[in-house]
Design a binder for this molecule. Structure first.
Ligand SMILES: N[C@@H](CCC(=O)N[C@@H](CS)C(=O)NCC(=O)O)C(=O)O
Length: 205
């Protein structure tokens, strides 16, 4: 059994989608980041960085419990544990990892800044909205060019798509019209039609 510590955000949903796709048994622990649950000592003991998601796999390597934070590390771990959604062949594997890291270092942080400055900042900061909005549209352009050549970010559906999908699902928050990026839109609809993705996107209930 895997314990998932999460909240209703894109980073949390990467992991719930992955758990649904792989069919691993898990139970959900809600960490309400709007109320500061992420700073409680019992959660800091699981993630010293005070952010969701985190997991505890009670049957980790060697049959011992494994605690893990950072969504990218969790996705790689779950893929290796199950032998799913991350190819073993080195060439194919690094294509998945480069697009996963593109999400972790680009898509997540930049889209997240747009969300913050459009929805949470106590006062309008036009420079920040312009800077992060422009970078977000540039990243959509990179995704659109890639998805114009490939059905998925790597050769096949993988943890790179799972990491990116919940962020694109927030396109209205960062004020991107998906119709401006038709290849992203086609990919988004394809992935959204997967039952496991639909279930993962509802976590936590
Ligand atoms: N790089 C981290 C980012 C995690 C992250 O930023 N989580 C957000 C929610 S999407 C969070 O817990 N925020 C609470 C806070 O910043 O206090 C990951 O991918 O796991």
């Amino acid at each position: 059994m895997i314990d998932l510590y999460t909240w209703s955000t894109p980073n949390g949903r990467k992991v719930s989608i992955m758990l649904e796709e792989t069919g691993l048994a898990y139970r959900v622990h809600k960490i309400d980041i709007s109320k500061g649950d992420q700073f409680k000592p019992e959660f800091v003991a699981i993630n010293p960085n005070s952010k969701i998601p985190a997991i505890v796999d009670n049957e980790g390597p060697g049959g011992k419990p494994l605690t893990l934070f950072e969504s990218g590390a969790i996705l790689i771990y779950l893929a290796e544990k199950t032998g799913q959604l991350l190819p073993k062949d080195p060439a194919a594997r690094y294509v998945v990892l480069e697009w996963l890291m593109f999400q972790m270092g680009g898509v997540g942080p930049m889209f997240g800044q747009v969300h913050h400055f459009l929805r949470a900042a106590p006062e309008p900061v036009p420079y920040a909205i312009e800077r992060y909005g422009k970078e977000t549209r540039r990243l959509y352009g990179v995704l659109d060019a890639r998805l114009g050549k490939k059905a998925f970010l790597a050769e096949e559906y993988s943890i790179a798509d799972i990491a990116t999908y919940p962020w694109v699902a927030r396109h209205e928050w960062h004020k991107v019209a998906l119709g401006d990026f038709p290849n992203v839109e086609r990919w988004y609809r394809t992935i959204g039609a997967r039952p496991a993705v639909a279930r993962g996107m509802q976590v936590p209930a």
